[in-house]
Design a binder for this molecule. Structure first.
Ligand SMILES: Cc1cc2nc3c(=O)[nH]c(=O)nc-3n(C[C@H](O)[C@H](O)[C@H](O)COP(=O)(O)O)c2cc1C
Length: 182
């Protein structure tokens, strides 16, 4: 499977790192990192940009539209934006494709491919809720960074695994990333 992963500048970049590790060996990963995400990487982790990029097979410049991802003719199976800022979410809901991330998201929507966004913001404004609703109507899947607690998680890693497992399930990738209920 060819999966596009977009990382934006919302808090919780560790969700993206966990997902990239979970996808290792299971999919061909094409990675886009927004400028703001690079700041969050520095603020919230000890990882360097090079180490983050090392978790993916293909890296894209978010400002260079002369790349395959920007065209519907470039075939990928699904795209996940994790974590997804309210800004990128609003752009996707309104058809604004001003960088490679939002263009790839627009391609996923127009080509009816799976698009999963993992928003991270709290509290949510009416505008945020409206954009999520509208993206959902357009075929996007809104999977908020809201891990469940029924497995009695004992570490942050287990909370991250919960979200990665739900995403892998949506992508149709067999996994035992997180314990299932029952
Ligand atoms: C420390 C920090 C934390 C942030 N956390 C969030 C967040 O959780 N959710 C969000 O929507 N924006 C958050 N932002 C704001 C975004 O980074 C900002 O809106 C940016 O323009 C988003 O650009 P992007 O979507 O291209 O990454 C945060 C910014 C900083 C500096």
């Amino acid at each position: 499977m060819k999966i596009v992963v977009g990382i934006t500048g919302a808090s919780g970049i560790v969700y993206a790192i966990n997902l990239l590790k979970a996808l290792k060996g299971k999919a061909e990963v094409h990675l886009i990192i927004s400028d703001s995400a690079e700041h969050l990487l520095e603020a919230e982790t000890d990882m360097s940009p090079g180490q983050l990029e090392g978790l993916a097979g293909h890296i894209y410049n978010n400002h260079d539209f002369n790349q395959g991802l920007c065209s519907g003719s470039f075939l990928f199976d699904a795209m996940v934006i994790i974590p997804c800022t309210m800004s990128t979410l609003a752009k996707l809901s309104n058809g604004i494709a001003d960088n490679v991330m939002t263009r790839a998201g627009a391609v996923a929507l127009k080509e009816r491919r799976t698009l999963v966004v993992v928003p991270r913001e709290t509290p949510l404004s009416t505008i945020n809720l409206k954009t999520m609703y509208e993206l959902s109507l357009s075929g996007g899947i809104v999977l908020p960074a809201m891990p469940g607690f029924y497995n009695k998680p004992e570490s942050i890693e287990e909370l991250l695994d919960f979200i990665s497992a739900r995403i892998l399930d949506l992508l149709g990738i067999e996994n035992r990333t997180s314990k299932r209920w029952g």
